[in-house]
Design a protein around this ligand. Structure first.
Ligand code: ADP
Ligand code: MG
Ligand code: ZN
Length: 200
């Protein structure tokens, strides 16, 4: 896999996977390499994600990089400076579909755009707009966490708190999730159905 240091024109890179799979670490690694290559870099994160720090992207292993909190994709587009060469965006799944258009426009004008985000929600369903971003990307990296049950490669995020009234977006609750592989993942919806059937 060719991970560029020098910019040879605009492109889109997606780093995806479950929670704890190292997406943010990988995003920070790529942005730091771009900085080492003396490229002009800007990083963004959704303003709703204030888990650790307002103006930093922070990994679960405490790596950190300065980032601008933004409310929506239009704000990213407005904040990218004309001479910026590399744009990093963390937690891409928290943005609306508009992100796809913004990323296309930035890449079309020569910017290297690197996005990190969850490709599946807590039910194991594709988590928009990450699948759409994967489709338009020149390069996709799928990261895997370690399954907390069997130690295998985890692709899913298991919510380990009560999910009966839960929203799809539940920011900040890393302690409410576990990385699980396909075999160890328990579908919360089919679990509910089984309970309902048993009760009825
Ligand atoms: P992501 O952005 O994908 O949620 P991070 O890059 O923030 O992941 O964090 C990855 C780090 O999380 C790992 O290097 C490791 O230190 C830690 N970690 C905690 N639990 C796990 C797990 N189950 N599998 C892998 N890494 C884990
Ligand atoms: Mg992350
Ligand atoms: Zn497992």
């Amino acid at each position: 896999m060719a991970l560029m240091i020098r910019n040879e024109g605009g492109r889109v890179e997606v780093v995806c996977g479950s929670m704890f799979s190292g997406k943010t670490e990988e995003l920070i690694r790529r942005l730091r390499r771009a900085l080492l290559g003396r490229q002009r870099v800007q990083a963004f994160k959704p303003a709703i994600d204030t888990r650790y720090h307002d103006s930093k992207i922070v990994s679960h292993s405490s790596l950190a990089l300065e980032a601008e909190p933004v409310r929506d994709p239009a704000e990213i587009f407005a904040r990218v400076r004309p001479d910026t060469e590399v744009v990093g965006i963390d937690e891409a799944q928290f943005f609306s579909h508009e992100l796809v258009e913004v990323v296309q426009r930035l890449a079309d004008r020569g910017v290297r755009v690197i996005l990190a985000g969850l490709d599946q929600d807590y039910l194991g369903r594709p988590f928009e707009p990450v699948p759409q971003l994967m489709a338009i990307a020149e390069d996709v990296t799928k990261c895997h966490a370690v399954c907390t049950v069997c130690g295998g490669a985890a692709s899913r995020s298991q919510r380990v708190v009560d999910t009966s009234h839960a929203a799809r977006v539940q920011v900040g609750a890393a302690e409410s999730y576990e990385a699980r592989c396909r075999q160890c993942f328990e579908d919360p919806e089919s679990a509910t159905k089984v309970v309902t059937r048993a009760a009825g």
